[in-house]
Write a protein that binds this ligand. Sequence first.
Ligand code: C2E
Ligand code: MG
Ligand code: MG
Ligand code: MG
Length: 280
Amino acid sequence: KVKHANKNGFAYYSDELYEGMKERVVNEKLLHKRLKEKSLLVYFQPKYRLADNTVSGMEALVRIKDDDDNIISPLSFIPVAEETGLIIELGNQVLDQSCALARQLLTEGNPIKIAVNVSASQFNDTRFTAIVADILLKHELPAKYLELEITESALIENINSANKTMRQLRKIGVSIALDDFGTGYSSLSYLRNFNFNVLKIDRSFVKDLDKDEQAQNIVMAIVTLARSLDLQIVCEGIETEHQLTFLKRIGCHEGQGFYFTQPLPYEQLKSRLYLPNDDA
Ligand code: C2E
Ligand code: MG
Ligand code: MG
Ligand code: MG
């Protein structure tokens, strides 16, 4: 990434372009390698019920390591994965690792639902439901322990096929969350036409809660709307006590964010979760 803005607009732009292209090529190579090795890292970030601060689930968030062991953010390789089609294999591996963990936790007496992010191209792949069903079967994981997070972009391409996929997934018992709510174009019609279980309010609204009365009003309106549609409401990106207090007061059900816990490898997260059967 370019860290220093150049005074000359053109030079800055071409530096950025060049650096961006270089980063893409590097990330594509790396991604190929990690997928082949099956060495993606999957971090987990807990979600909490705001009423009692107990863990309601965890979200799987993928990372890769470069050859110097630096952790690379999904923001810089998910777009590459999408452009190259590698997203299908990446998605399958993340699903597989996530279901394996949910299964392990269930066996240990800690039933925890894991939410996995799904890209538009995965969701619009006609094989998607079958892939999900196969992975659940492989791990003997009941579908109710899996949630899939999709964004509006997954629905926009082909409304009919997206609708079909969603009905199939709901039928096998997987729950579906609409991620990053509020950042897309026509969110309201999606709420009407698709049968979501969960609505996740985008971090950008939460970020502005402390200083911006408009953000407060918008979040209140979203919560009212979602509650009237019987949707579970999760707020992403909670960083302060103040944000938490506000969200709790207006009736948001669950929250997630650095205030509680950052995404971590499960082995590091384990001791912070206080699961009912942790003494086991
Ligand atoms: P997302 O699904 O909306 O995930 C939330 C992002 O916000 C995560 O970034 C998380 O680390 C970050 N976050 C959580 N709490 C806070 C907070 O309190 N403050 C701030 N500033 N950030 C917070 P991350 O892990 O970098 O992931 C970014 C995006 O990459 C995700 O957004 C998701 O769209 C995508 N992604 C991650 N893993 C996968 C995956 O396995 N498959 C696909 N298709 N996309 C993924
Ligand atoms: Mg998500
Ligand atoms: Mg999100
Ligand atoms: Mg987001």
